[in-house]
Ligand binder design. Structure first.
Ligand SMILES: *Cc1c(COP(=O)(O)O)cnc(C)c1O
Length: 473
């Protein structure tokens, strides 16, 4: 399996070669030259496989330059009942026949990003050791990504993490999760500013090629191909668990509803569908920051300016552009890099592109995507409704997905709603909806009272560089 850039630059590369890369050198995203495919007979045989078995089956198609025994060991080391709180790893809960919630939030930081990031931690450590290299990960977070990266990389050999976050702007729970880590390879930098300031610093450091090379700077943002690949696995798991739960025959179609921001999660669903998994609808749910919903309704893709982004009660979906969207666009335009370059040039010059009058627009229907958005009011209503009707407490992001999922549900087709975080992470809004405190999973009882370790800094790229310099060997 070789990987190419959506914008056509460079030579095809292997999985390991692109593993530690962010954007392709030409500014595009890495995609497989062709998607691997499972036949109906192969899928039928996988119906009752465990999560690590499914992970190996899927990932061995993408990471075919790793020795199979090593990949198997990495997968088994990652997807354990200890790390994910049950043998199911991603347990399916049935609300009523035909409506299910796939639990993707039982990893160490209680959000779905752990599903891929935990694997990345082990994979990075393995590849760095093999090549005698080290890596300094520099990132910016407004909450979930940063903690997920830190918990994946803590204590790993040859890896350090420098994570910027806006000082005093994360929830107390999220702050405690990150800042209470005592591992010497984790550095929390609280920037006096907002998330965009943190992001700008990371971009500026990344643009300094000398500094980047000298200090082996890397990232783990949502465009990393290995993250997307690892997320494909749970669509397989959710699919099989749903047809089992509903007593359906092999090959029956299933729809997924996905709370979406950067388009990383649902992009994995799109890839699973192209690998032959019988996915019917991919139901995309946004919050008030609805640029993706706008695209799927009108054909216009218009990233927002920082100041246009609303701060919502599903904050992990508050984004100004959907970084992974280019992977879907690549497929939509028939994997033609010339077309992708044209579209992204338009974004640069005009701030948007419009596919509504092109031949590609008709293809969108065939891809199975439908979309809608949720607001604070519908979010709270959905949390109440699921609690009242099923005695199940869902978080605010999951609620956006459940709201839209139920609206676009079809009779006879199981609906799997992806649970992207646990309610305890967003307790304030849960209290507003239900007048109740969400349950705290074991190990999180007193997290806010643990000692915290972090460095407060001005939004100054030079200061961040000096800090990284003085903390790398
Ligand atoms: C990151 C995140 C999302 C959005 O996922 P994307 O891959 O960015 O679309 C949704 N919910 C939660 C809780 C998240 O942390």
């Amino acid at each position: 399996m070789r990987y190419v850039s959506t914008r056509g630059g460079g030579q095809p590369q292997t999985f390991t070669q692109i593993l530690l890369e962010g954007l392709a050198p030409d500014g595009g995203l890495f995609v497989p030259e062709a998607y691997p495919h499972f036949t109906p007979a192969e899928l039928a045989a996988m119906r009752r496989w465990s999560y690590p078995e499914l992970a190996y089956a899927v990932l061995s198609r993408f990471a075919d330059d790793l020795p199979p025994a090593d990949l198997k060991a990495l997968v088994e080391k990652t997807y354990t009942a200890k790390a994910f709180r049950s043998d199911a790893i991603a347990p399916l809960r049935t609300l009523e026949p035909g409506v299910h919630i796939l639990g993707l939030s039982y990893g160490p930081t209680l959000a779905f990003k752990d599903m891929a990031m935990q694997f990345l931690g082990n994979l990075f450590e393995y590849v760095l050791a093999k090549n005698g290299r080290h890596l300094n990960i520099l990132g910016a977070t407004s909450g979930d990504t940063g903690s997920s990266a830190e918990y994946a990389m803590r204590g790993k050999s040859n890896i350090r993490v420098f994570m910027l976050s806006p000082h005093g702007r994360m929830s107390p729970f999220q702050t405690a999760q990150m800042f209470s880590l005592a591992d010497p390879n984790i550095f929390n930098i609280a920037v006096r500013g907002v998330f965009d300031d943190c992001q700008d610093i990371v971009k500026e450091v990344g643009a300094d090629a000398d500094f980047k090379a000298k200090h082996s700077i890397g990232t783990v943002n949502s465009i990393n191909w290995a993250r997307v690949a690892a997320q494909v696995v749970y669509y397989f798991k959710g699919y099989f668990a749903a047809i089992e739960a509903d007593g359906l025959k092999d090959g029956s179609p299933v729809s997924f509803s996905v709370p979406s921001g950067n388009f990383g999660n649902i992009c994995a669903g799109w890839i699973a569908k192209q690998m032959g998994l019988p996915v019917r609808r991919l139901i995309l749910a946004t919050n008030e920051n609805n640029m993706l919903d706008e695209f799927f309704r009108t054909g216009v893709y218009r990233p927002r300016k920082g100041a246009e982004v609303f701060a919502t009660t599903s904050p992990s979906m508050d984004i100004s552009k959907a970084s992974n969207f280019e992977r879907y666009a690549w497929d939509l335009v028939g994997q033609d890099p010339v077309r992708v370059r044209e579209l992204w040039k338009k974004l640069d010059t005009e701030g948007q592109f419009d596919l509504s009058s092109s031949a590609y627009w008709k293809k969108v229907d065939d891809t199975g995507f439908v979309s809608d958005f949720s607001t604070h009011a519908t979010r709270l209503d959905t949390i109440r409704r699921v609690w009242r009707d099923y005695q199940v407490m869902i978080d605010t992001h999951t609620a956006d997905g459940v709201k839209v999922g139920l609206d676009y549900r079809e009779t006879g087709v199981p609906l799997v709603c992806l649970e992207t975080a646990l309610p305890v992470k967003f307790a304030e809004t849960i209290r507003e909806a239900l007048g109740l405190d969400p349950e705290r999973p074991a190990g999180f009882e007193n997290i806010e009272s643990l000692p915290q370790r972090f460095e407060v800094m001005d939004a100054d790229t030079g200061a961040v560089k000096r800090f990284v310099e003085s903390h790398t060997a």
